[in-house]
Design a protein around this ligand. Structure first.
Ligand SMILES: Cc1cc2nc3c(=O)[nH]c(=O)nc-3n(C[C@H](O)[C@H](O)[C@H](O)COP(=O)(O)O)c2cc1C
Length: 352
């Protein structure tokens, strides 16, 4: 495999492959971050941070469960399959944000030796604090900053983890962060919103280098034996079922923002073939999180291997295939008219 086939560009940033590890608990400590880099990830988004004490305390209230395709809660150690979903409550980094950014800058320097990146992630609570931290990240020389304006837990903690859905507020945030952060700025967008395209456009207009879409959904899952909610609360829910939804947002956003603007897909990638699905939908790279959280770091080389095999089979590079399927999506209006065709699909006894 020619390694150049995996390379992609996000603005001025060249990634050696499109696998970015999305932020989560396995990237709170140095071991997890460096493990992912050593296993071949092009970049790791370190666990998110902000100034809120409530969000820090929330890390001590986390819980996670695996949900199988029958919607039953399965044991964490049980064998998971590709359709196992992850449901849980998360919190944010407990170190002071400044200290955490300091650590990230050191890890980003180490990652650079492997031709990789460690990305800082901030979640808005107070706008002035967000700008202050973005400036600190800039002064520390951190090369990529992701601002997650759509963390699902914001539905439960709306002052401490803000979900920004209004385009004018997105513009204000991106503009202010852009003013102080000169590296590559990525904006991660909520799954719990309908205006993903408009938010992407607002982010692009104010100078974001890429948008990441889409965050997980909030859910509630009844346990039918105990009749209690699984984990006792609502929680963020993600699984492979979400991949086609992300793919549609990628393809629709590509249509509006143009082929050149980098989109990063997240939510539902479980294999190299899933990475291909997002790339064909218009993503330049993907953020993969739950698959590694559930199954460990070996998932990274396995995914890279599957991706390389696909590219070899198609005799293509990643850059060659970005958006191919997205550009073939037709509108409903373009479909031919086929009277009574629906009759092929309904049960026989629903027809006269
Ligand atoms: C346990 C857990 C914790 C997460 N924490 C964060 C976080 O702190 N910041 C963030 O931007 N995304 C966070 N995410 C979201 C992931 O980065 C990712 O976007 C999402 O899980 C969808 O991708 P996946 O299907 O590959 O898991 C978290 C996800 C999980 C499962």
């Amino acid at each position: 495999m020619d390694k150049k086939k995996l390379e992609i560009d996000i603005g001025d940033i060249r990634l050696k492959n499109p696998i970015i590890c999305g932020s989560a608990e396995h990237f709170i400590e140095k071991a997890g971050i460096m493990n992912a880099i050593n296993m071949g990830a092009a970049a790791v988004v370190a666990k998110s941070s902000n100034e809120s004490n409530v969000a820090k305390i929330q890390l001590d209230k986390t819980d996670y469960s695996l949900i199988d395709s029958k919607l039953d809660n399965i044991n964490w150690k049980e064998k998971k399959d590709i359709d196992t979903s992850l449901f849980g409550r998360s919190g944010l980094i407990q170190l002071e944000t400044e200290e955490w950014l300091n650590k990230i800058s050191i890890l980003d320097n180490e990652a650079a030796k492997e031709n990789a990146f460690v990305i800082a992630s901030l979640i808005p609570s107070n706008l002035d604090c967000l700008i202050k931290y973005a400036e600190i990240a800039n002064n520390l020389g951190i090369r990529i900053l992701e601002v997650n304006i759509g963390a699902p837990h914001g539905v439960e903690l709306d002052e401490e983890i803000k979900i920004i859905r209004k385009e004018d507020i997105v513009k204000e945030i991106v503009k202010n962060v852009r003013d102080v952060f000169k590296g590559s700025l990525w904006i991660k967008i909520a799954g719990v919103t309908e205006n993903v395209i408009e938010i992407s456009a607002a982010s692009k207009e104010q100078g974001a280098d890429a948008v990441v879409m889409i965050g997980r959904m909030m859910a509630m899952i009844p346990d039918i034996e105990s009749m209690d909610p699984i984990l006792g609360t609502n929680g963020a829910y993600g699984g492979r079922w979400a991949l086609p939804i992300t793919c549609r947002w990628l393809s629709e956003t590509r249509k509006m923002l143009g082929n050149e603007y980098p989109l990063i897909g997240t939510n539902g990638v479980r294999s190299g073939e899933d990475v291909v699905r997002m790339i064909l939908s218009g993503a330049t790279a993907v953020e993969m999180t739950s698959a590694i959280f559930m199954d460990g770091f070996d998932v990274i080389p396995k995914t890279l291997h599957q991706l390389s095999s696909y590219l070899d089979r198609k005799n293509a590079s990643i850059k060659d295939i970005i958006g191919i399927t997205a550009d073939r999506v037709k509108s409903y209006g373009e479909q031919e008219i086929r009277p009574n065709y629906w009759k092929k699909f309904v049960p026989d006894d629903s027809l006269n």
